[in-house]
Design a protein around this ligand. Structure first.
Ligand code: ATP
Length: 258
């Protein structure tokens, strides 16, 4: 038995997870989701989503594959070109990357909007508070004064001056119905999802098949790198990105390991 075998069960604070553990990122992810559930941020179903994601990440080799690097750069270009970019936050996203989403919003001048599948006033407030604790100044999603067409009442709720008005939306770990409905509204969707066969990445203009823990800091880094790029340069990056090839490359990696 290795010295690491009992790490996940014993950890109280994430600093206790040894960074040189071979499954460090996976343990960190699990720990953050468990804390999210305890804090009332993440729904229990979020644990199932996390389990599915973890399996795909394992098959991807738990690293950002080259096609995801391209997708993350294209995402940064889209966000910099956007008139009104919005980053959508659900319970898993808030638990896993709160500070990273706040930082990305800051760098590309985007709004943050809480958008929940299992929507309760308590969870909305808990997530908004959690984001504020991580530096967010303005958190949207609490007004819910507009509706996404063709979705049932609860899942359709968005802010009129947030996602409803956005031209580019980042929707990580999103359920397929809502991703389809947002795409039908004509929005440019950037989806982060470890399963390339899931409906959400399938309908996204930019599907990023990568763990959100790696993807969000990567997009931010690309956005910083492209901060002085001209509109034409950004348009060229957007145009060059091939969504179909990115999805195929991710599926190929998962199926063959190559
Ligand atoms: P569909 O999009 O067809 O509704 P689903 O029901 O599997 O698919 P959900 O449970 O709504 O999807 O969302 C969870 C998705 O998020 C899964 O596809 C899972 O692979 C992905 N996921 C979970 N954890 C992460 C993570 N840390 N980073 C990126 N993606 C993740």
């Amino acid at each position: 038995m290795s010295e690491y075998d009992t790490v996940s069960a014993e950890v109280e604070h994430e600093e206790e997870i040894p960074e040189d553990h071979p499954r460090y990122e996976d343990l960190l992810t699990r720990h953050r989701i468990e804390r999210g559930v305890e804090k009332g941020i993440t729904h229990l179903q979020g644990m199932h989503a996390e389990g599915r994601g973890s399996a795909f990440d394992y098959l991807l080799g738990e690293e950002t594959i080259p096609s995801a690097v391209e997708a993350e750069r294209a995402a940064a270009a889209h966000l910099l070109l956007a008139d009104h970019p919005v980053l959508s936050i659900n319970g898993n996203v808030a638990a896993l990357v709160p500070a990273e989403m706040v930082e990305l919003a800051d760098v590309v001048d985007a709004d943050l909007e809480v958008n929940l599948f299992n929507r309760t006033p308590e969870r909305l407030e808990a997530i908004a508070d959690h984001l504020r604790e991580h530096g967010a100044e303005d958190v949207k999603g609490l007004e819910a004064d507009a509706r996404i067409p063709r979705l049932d009442h609860q899942r359709a709720k968005v802010d009129a001056d947030g996602i409803y008005d956005a031209d580019v939306v980042v929707v990580p770990l999103e359920d397929g119905d809502r991703a389809e409905a947002l795409a039908e509204m004509g929005k440019t969707e950037i989806v982060i999802d470890l399963n390339p066969l899931s409906r959400s990445p399938q309908v996204a203009e930019v599907p990023i098949v990568d763990n959100i823990i790696r993807a969000v800091p990567n997009i931010t880094e690309h956005a910083r790198d492209l901060a002085d790029a001209s509109g034409e340069e950004l348009e060229a990056i957007v145009k060059e990105f091939d969504r179909k090839r990115a999805l195929e490359a991710a599926e190929e990696r998962i199926r063959s390991g190559l």
